[in-house]
Ligand binder design. Structure first.
Ligand SMILES: NC(=O)CCC(=O)C(=O)O
Length: 268
């Protein structure tokens, strides 16, 4: 299955963000992509106060209708890394969706782990001020196999991905707006660790560049195979990367090093 990952620098103008995303989606589909993955918050990244006014119903909101139309037009799957979903007058969900070639939403995952951190003298985020955490994991059946859905900070919680692997997944979605500081330190190491320890593909579409003063995302979108090899990595700009997901790579990793079946959870 040919996958495209779109790396974006999303700002606060939703219609401009959608116009840009449409251009990338059309380009990737014209290049034969069967599944296209977008980053976290791909349609709006701006002031916290703007999240509520840019929150949408799912389905039938502006962005899901936009994605359904493109998915049907090209007959492809589109993974919207995340958009802001209405929850209440004060808070929203950070929600990742997968749209199938017939335009239907087949995957809907609300970010479980919220990015509330303080790195002294470097950066602080309090995602829970505006976002309500999700309460359920999400596995989607794709033509390539089962896919586990996650968003950004979820990457730091290996239990979620082990659950996905034990429930039959062979690919993980990790859309992100990873910070530049933590990205330099942890992004690739954590992505490759999730791929290696679970022998799954990892599809990681990232935000790149500045979207608010002092808020810069790390980019480095990448696709990693079940052996932990980075098979595609984005340049330091808005761009599209491609890779073929191959079932044999999953099979060879798991037959060569059957760690998932060698587990002895009864002892720990
Ligand atoms: N949007 C996010 O969840 C950011 C997570 C991040 O940057 C990290 O270091 O974790």
């Amino acid at each position: 299955m040919k996958v495209a990952v779109i790396q974006m620098n999303t700002k606060s103008d939703k219609e401009e963000n959608l116009r840009k995303a449409e251009g990338f989606i059309r380009q990737a589909a014209d290049n034969g992509a069967e599944l296209i993955s977008l980053p976290e918050y791909f349609n709006y990244m701006g002031e916290e106060s703007g999240k509520i006014e840019n929150a949408e119903q799912i389905p039938d909101g502006r962005t899901t209708s936009f994605l359904s139309g493109l998915a049907k037009e090209y007959g492809i799957f589109i993974h919207a890394g995340s958009i802001i979903e209405k929850y209440s007058n004060e808070k929203s969900y950070n929600t990742s969706i997968i749209v199938s070639p017939d335009g239907k939403i087949v995957g809907n995952y609300r970010k479980i782990h919220l990015f509330d951190i303080e790195i002294n003298g470097v950066s602080s985020y309090m995602e829970s001020n505006s976002i309500e955490g999700g309460d359920s994991a999400e596995i989607v059946e794709l033509p390539f196999g089962k896919a586990g859905m996650a968003i950004c900070y979820d990457l730091r919680f290996p239990e979620l991905f082990r659950k996905y692997a034990l429930e039959g997944c062979n690919v993980f979605f990790l859309p992100a707006a990873f910070t530049q500081y933590t990205g330099m330190l942890h992004w690739e190491t954590l992505l490759r660790a999730r791929a290696i320890e679970n022998q799954c593909y990892v599809i990681a579409a990232g935000q790149i560049g500045s979207h608010l003063p002092g808020k810069v995302c790390y980019g480095n979108s990448m696709i990693i195979d079940p052996w932990g090899t980075v098979v595609a990595k984005a340049p330091e700009k808005e761009s599209i990367i491609y890779a073929e997901l191959e079932g044999e790579r999953v099979q060879s990793a798991r037959e060569s090093i059957p760690c998932l079946t060698h587990r002895k959870p009864q002892y720990y």
